[in-house]
Design a protein around this ligand. Sequence first.
Ligand code: AGP
Length: 347
Amino acid sequence: MRKEIEEQTDSLGWVLGTLVDPGAGALKPILDAVDFAQADRIVLLACGTAHYACHLASYRIEEFARIPVEIDLASEYRYRDRPLSGREIVIAVSQSGETADTFSALTALGSKAAARLAIVNVPTSSIAREADAILDIQAGPEIGVASTKAFTGQLMALLGIALKAGRDRGALDTASVARAVEELASVPRIVGATLRMAPEIAATAKTLAAASDIYFLGRGVNYPLALEAALKMKEISYIHAEAYAAGELKHGPIALIESGTPVVVFDGPDGLAEKTDSNVAEIAARGAAVVRIGPGEQCDLRIPEAAPLAAPFAYAVVAQLLAYFAAVEKGTDVDQPRNLAKSVTVE
Ligand code: AGP
């Protein structure tokens, strides 16, 4: 797992190179056979970590392409009797390409959708073969059960699709695409700088490793990041970890907060920082041991300043390393955690 976390500067460089031409500030021809202009909805189907990549990207696809995005757990979507217009573009996202829930949700759609695409790390997989067209994230083999470089690779590929859909639908002009491409091109550098924070992240993880419960909070795109951080922590350290949209605190979860309760807060993003400040004040008043992650000086783990499209990649690396070092501290099997398989091939 540690090696795969470190490989992200390269793996993200590779997938970036298939999606955009930073020199020209333009998108490369991806998914040419697919025209998002006619679509009335995008449906993102996945499980686990891949689902959180979809959740995060959904904000950007709606923002750039002005099209409704539905994110669904493949295991639930599979059995929903959802009315389809026939103009949906369905995108299945899977590292292994063999996850039974995602595969069966995709096959169950048959020809009811306008197009069925797949974002995979294994271009020869069942899901890839079932799809009308694929995007290969080329992250290289991911051995550790806890998905890391595939998560950031999936996110990068989905952001590429957001830009393509925005351009196809005339919602993004050339200048906006160029700005976004410039932001995405900064990701390997931002990830490299975040990886150099490993010693201080390890120190924070040491304190978290002693906890029996850890809560993660985020707003906007930082909410699915908090969900992913909690999943990583659960998967490999076996510590009970939950994530909440910070705005939901007052509607119940705040009852869990008492003196010393560890709460990891993903600060910002821009425009929501003040809201996050008041959430932090609420839990601190109840004695929570707050760890703030963000670029601001009020943060305990200060990630590099990054453009809005690039920042989630830095938060993701911090989340991965927090879980990794907490698991190392607890002495669990970081690469092959108990009760889990790398690819879940049964429903
Ligand atoms: C993530 O760390 C887990 N291994 C798991 O949640 C995984 O993301 C899920 O099973 C989906 O796998 P896939 O991407 O291979 O379809």
